[in-house]
Design a binder for this molecule. Structure first.
Ligand SMILES: C[S@@+](CC[C@H](N)C(=O)[O-])C[C@H]1O[C@@H](n2cnc3c(N)ncnc32)[C@H](O)[C@@H]1O
Length: 252
């Protein structure tokens, strides 16, 4: 990780560590549940045809050249790269607490030549403190990350959306729908584990992901309660037997 400013003017693909010393032990649920499985994330993602989910997210967001786009929970960068493929001239920022995933995202972005025309910044940090100035983002996007985030942090994330989106700016969230019984995971047993930085601080602080928060319009409620307007389910689909929904809202 380098120490570039996350809001600086430089072009290229930059890595920035925005985790404060008092957050070093903060727990999070990595993409593959366990940090050491991260290298397999993209393999699994390909097998599950997650590219279709990312393309749908990009299509729904409707991003224009020159716009500022922030991907929250970007992991290995698959949604951010889909954004850049569709609109290479954006100012793109990806946020994730997983440094190894971000380094992989940076390698992929450089290999594909992104950052030459636009600006790509990858920031290590958490969803409840977004690395963007007030009213600076035209779009915030997020895919398959919200169910990794506990409700109190999600509320702070929603408040951050109101802060960083410009008036009229759009948030587009793709996430797993709640399991039918709303009370248990249903998406693989390994997701019960939560990690701190790397795998040194492993805690089991939850028996399941936070998918149940998405039940019965949970994401729309979260966004509306924070002050965003027109929160609505934009689409719903099933990937590999897993129901996924897309929710959008605007900053008034
Ligand atoms: C299933 S992966 C999705 C990655 C990527 N968006 C995609 O569609 O391939 C979930 C991501 O959420 C990240 N995550 C977990 N807790 C988070 C938090 N508190 N704030 C932001 N991201 C978080 C994980 O590190 C992981 O990279």
């Amino acid at each position: 990780m380098t120490d570039n400013s996350p809001t600086g003017p430089a072009r290229g693909v930059r890595l920035f560590d925005d985790v404060r010393a008092d957050e070093a032990d903060r727990a999070y649920l990595p993409g593959m549940s366990r940090a050491w499985l991260m290298p397999w994330y993209d393999v699994q993602s390909r097998l599950r045809r997650a590219d279709r989910l990312h393309r749908t997210t990009v299509e729904l967001a409707g991003i224009s050249p020159g716009q500022h786009v922030l991907d929250v929970g970007c992991g290995t960068g698959n949604l951010l790269l889909a954004v850049l493929r569709a609109t290479p001239d954006v100012v793109a920022t990806g946020l994730d607490p997983d440094g190894a995933a971000l380094r992989r995202a940076a390698r992929k972005a450089r290999r594909r030549g992104f950052g030459r025309r636009g600006d790509v910044t990858l920031v290590r940090g958490f969803a409840d403190r977004l690395p963007a100035a007030d009213s600076s983002q035209d779009h915030v996007v997020s895919s398959l990350a919200l169910h990794h985030v506990p409700m109190d942090e999600k509320r702070r994330f929603a408040a951050e959306l109101v802060r960083v989106l410009r008036p009229g700016g759009l948030v587009t969230i793709a996430d797993l729908d709640a399991p039918h019984d709303h009370g248990h995971d249903g998406h693989g047993d390994a997701h019960g584990r939560v990690h701190g930085h790397g795998s040194r601080h492993r805690h089991e602080i939850g028996q399941h992901q936070h998918r149940e928060d998405n039940a019965d319009g949970g994401i729309e409620r979260l966004l509306t309660d924070a002050g965003l307007a027109d929160a609505r389910e934009a689409r719903r689909a099933t990937f590999m037997d897993t129901p996924v929904l897309w929710v959008q809202a605007r900053r008034p």
